[in-house]
Write a protein that binds this ligand. Sequence first.
Ligand code: GLA
Length: 393
Amino acid sequence: MNLVKRCVFGISILSLASLNVQCKGEKKEEVTQEAKATDSVSIVKTEYGKTEKGVQIDRYTLKNQKGMEVNIITYGGIITSLKVPNKAGKSEEVVIGFNSLEQYQKANPYFGALIGRYGNRIAKGKFTLDGKQYSLAINNEPNALHGGPEGFHRAVWTAEEAKGGDSASLKLKYVSKDMEEGYPGNLTVFVTYTLNKDNTLDVSYDATTDKKTVVNLTQHSYFNLSADFTKPILDHVITIDSDKLVPVDATLIPTGKLTDVTNTPFDFRKPTTVGARINNATDDQLKKGLGYDHCWVLNNQDKGNRFAASAYDPTSGRLLEVYTDQPGIQFYTGNFLDGTLPMRNGGTYAHRTGFCLETQHYPDSPNQKDFPTTVLSPGENYKTKTSFKFSVK
Ligand code: GLA
């Protein structure tokens, strides 16, 4: 490759600072820069704002060379932006978000946020461990939802950056104090976001406690792969590798049974659009959820990290595949979005303009003896991983 070509290559993938070095520098240096250029994923920190209490919040931008860029803030570990290419190679925004920290603090139905200590609902905000009953705030009448009003989605996390050749990571840490939001034990939590060169975002969760507690962590991004947030997500084609649903009562608490999805609007084993059955007025579970707002029992629970679900938008060609080691996935179709929350560039988020695929344990597990346990004891490590893989087809 001659020098001119090297410089052109540099323009498309290196910062201007590196370009100067590359174009003016010695041949040896050029080679080093080029090697970096082919495999590096960058991470850059900027100031994002100050909380109501005056705490500094930072934003980290992770970017690879295949057109994927993710912005994460230390408030709530929120993914404020995620851009990926469409089939024409154009990178565009595919997650719902706000354009100010103020709005994230004011009214946020968990857009992009980390959820804990307990993702999803706990019936009547009560559970018992070793004979002792714990009471949580009722923030979703008559139940407790997503770790309480001051859950992890509103916590200020500390951050550490790490760079590998083919990836860049942001390791967030939060120490949740004993009895914070009603949960026992000092819980030390790490959530690591890793952007890889192949357009996969890994989310790894680690936690330890000094007293027996319950933990169910998840990520609550709302996707719209069309990048057009004025359009509902009804045309997205969904696949969920699940034979069984966790049916719920009218307050969205599991009945305790797991039911077969065959011949129901909850069978997504064959790719099916969101809209094909969502308004089926005779389905009792759809009525209760006001659409899809349910946890599916994922297949192959003994297989560790495996394919869980996918979403495909035929217009843009974007495909999102979700891999996880968790037993369940909550598929939520933005049924509570009601045109009151502001979009980034004007307008408001209307009904069903985003969907969530929240990997997790089943709702209300602390009160359901037949569900996989969410209890974490001192000396144990809570360790789980979910990957969001983007491509086009
Ligand atoms: C979860 C719940 C939904 C709703 C959203 C946030 O996905 O299951 O019922 O509360 O969070 O609005």
